[in-house]
Ligand binder design. Structure first.
Ligand SMILES: Nc1nc2c(ncn2[C@@H]2O[C@H](COP(=O)(O)OP(=O)(O)O)[C@@H](O)[C@H]2O)c(=O)[nH]1
Ligand SMILES: [Mg+2]
Length: 191
């Protein structure tokens, strides 16, 4: 039997939220391997970065485009809130495992997101970052996974420094986004 092969270009908008300095920008830049800005909207204080990939599913290859929206610098979030959440497909909630306040504030970011996006169709993933700083850890893995359970999200711990957990996180995100049986996630084309 000849497998059906199709080639759809689907852009997925993903927003990354969490307290300042938890590693949002670093995570996106590590994954997209971009050290420059695709597009910078200084008036909005939002950075938009894309990554394209071919995903092998059981019935062919799907071409996808991930568009990351990342809040940058000092901004009055209230001014960009509506455009920031408009059309969002997935929300990455990030805290720093060495910073309890950033973990407590996940509740704030979650409330913020449910008030401003269509949560019934939005994917959420909770991320505890900076696991290379194990000696300074204040939030246990169990606390993180309980919070994720409570908010009905998947949970990952990452280090943008060592790259640990980063690919697992994005592979899971892609699986949730394309919502298909995936034979193999291979970034066979990435630019
Ligand atoms: N040790 C460690 N530092 C990190 C990690 N991720 C980010 N950082 C550092 O944390 C600081 C804030 O990162 P940034 O990406 O600007 O945070 P943002 O404000 O959430 O976008 C920077 O100095 C990063 O180099 C990590 O996984 N481990
Ligand atoms: Mg940033």
């Amino acid at each position: 039997m000849v497998k059906k092969k199709y080639y759809a270009r689907t852009p997925y908008k993903i927003v990354v939220i969490g307290d300042p300095a938890v590693g949002k920008t670093t995570l996106i830049q590590k994954y997209t391997k971009k050290i420059y800005r695709d597009e910078y909207l200084p008036t909005l204080g939002v950075e938009i970065t894309s990554k394209e990939a071919d995903i092998k599913t059981f019935d062919g290859v799907e071409h996808i485009s991930l568009i990351f929206w990342d809040l940058s610098g000092q901004l009055q979030f209230s001014k960009v809130r509506t455009i920031f959440y408009s059309g969002v497909k997935a929300i990455l909630y990030m805290y720093d495992i060495t910073n309890p306040r950033s973990f407590q504030n996940i509740n704030y970011w979650y409330k913020e997101a449910i008030d401003n996006s269509k949560m019934s169709t939005t994917i959420g993933i909770l991320i505890g970052n900076k696991i290379d700083l194990e000696n300074e850890r204040k939030i246990s893995h169990v606390s993180g996974s309980s919070k994720a359970l409570e908010l009905k999200m998947q949970f990952f711990e990452t280090s943008c420094k060592t790259h640990r957990g980063v690919n697992e996180l994005f592979n899971a995100l892609i699986k949730l986004l394309i919502n298909k049986n995936i034979h193999n996630i291979e970034l066979i084309q990435s630019k």
